[in-house]
Design a protein around this ligand. Structure first.
Ligand SMILES: [Ca+2]
Ligand SMILES: [Ca+2]
Length: 206
C-alpha cells in the first residue's frame, strides 16, 4: 500500500467529481492522531437508540459516547442517524456503505478515537450521505442510484457544511471547527489523481 503523508489533505486540488463505474463508500475527512475515551459499560452496550454497534469494547464505548453527545446536543442530527445508519462498525477505513440493508458506517480507529466530538460529527456527516442515497431511491423506485446523487465533491461540500454545524452545536474544540472550515470537498481524492475511487479508499488512513 502506498504511504500517505498525514498532511496530504492540506493540499488544495482543483478536481471535479469523477465516476469510474464502481461503487465505493463515501466518507468524512481525516483528522490527526487518536485518543481513547473511556465510558462506563451498560447492560446492553452493542445497541444505542436502535443502532447496532460492532467492534472492540473500546470502540463500543467510544461510539456510545459519541451518540450520547449527539442525542443531547444535536437531537435532530441524532434522529437522522437513527433513520439512515443501521450499523456502526469498527473497520480498517472509514466509509458509508449507504446501499447496504441496513446502511452501515464503517469507521477506522483514526477517526473513532481522535475525539468524541470529531467522531460524533463524522457520524452526522456520513448519515447525510446515506440520507441522500435513500431520498434518491425513494424518489426513483426500482432504479439504480447514481454515485453523484450521494457522493462527489459537491455532495462532500454539503456534508462538510452539515458536519461543521454539528461540531459547533456539540461543543467541539476550536481546532476541529477550524480544520472543518478549511475542507473543500476533495478530501476523498487521497492519491490526488482527480477522482475518488477504490485506490483512494484503500489508501485512506482514516
Ligand atoms: Ca484519486
Ligand atoms: Ca484513480
Amino acid at each position: 500500500m502506498k504511504k500517505i503523508s498525514p498532511f496530504y489533505f492540506l493540499i488544495i486540488m482543483a478536481v471535479g467529481a469523477a465516476c469510474i463505474g464502481t461503487v465505493m463508500p463515501v466518507a468524512n475527512a481525516p483528522l490527526g492522531t487518536p485518543q481513547i475515551f473511556q465510558a462506563a459499560p451498560t447492560s446492553d452496550p452493542t445497541t444505542y437508540g436502535g443502532i447496532k454497534i460492532n467492534g472492540s469494547s473500546d470502540f463500543i464505548a467510544q461510539t456510545r459516547a459519541a451518540l450520547t453527545l449527539l442525542e443531547q446536543k444535536a437531537p435532530d442530527a441524532f434522529q437522522k442517524i437513527q433513520a439512515y445508519v443501521g450499523i456502526i462498525e469498527e473497520g480498517k477505513h472509514s466509509g458509508m456503505w449507504a446501499w447496504e440493508q441496513p446502511p452501515r458506517y464503517e469507521v477506522g480507529d483514526q477517526t473513532a478515537f481522535y475525539s468524541v466530538t470529531w467522531y460524533a460529527s463524522t457520524i452526522a456527516h456520513d448519515a447525510t450521505h446515506s440520507e441522500l442515497y435513500a431520498q434518491y431511491q425513494a424518489a426513483h423506485p426500482n432504479q439504480p442510484v447514481p454515485e453523484d446523487a450521494y457522493g462527489g465533491v459537491e455532495i462532500e461540500r454539503f456534508c462538510n457544511g452539515y458536519q461543521l454545524e454539528v461540531l459547533k452545536r456539540i461543543g467541539a474544540p476550536q481546532n476541529e471547527i477550524d480544520y472543518m472550515s478549511t475542507l473543500d470537498g476533495t478530501h476523498c481524492d487521497v492519491d490526488h489523481d482527480g477522482d475518488c475511487d477504490w485506490d483512494d479508499y484503500e489508501n485512506r488512513n482514516w
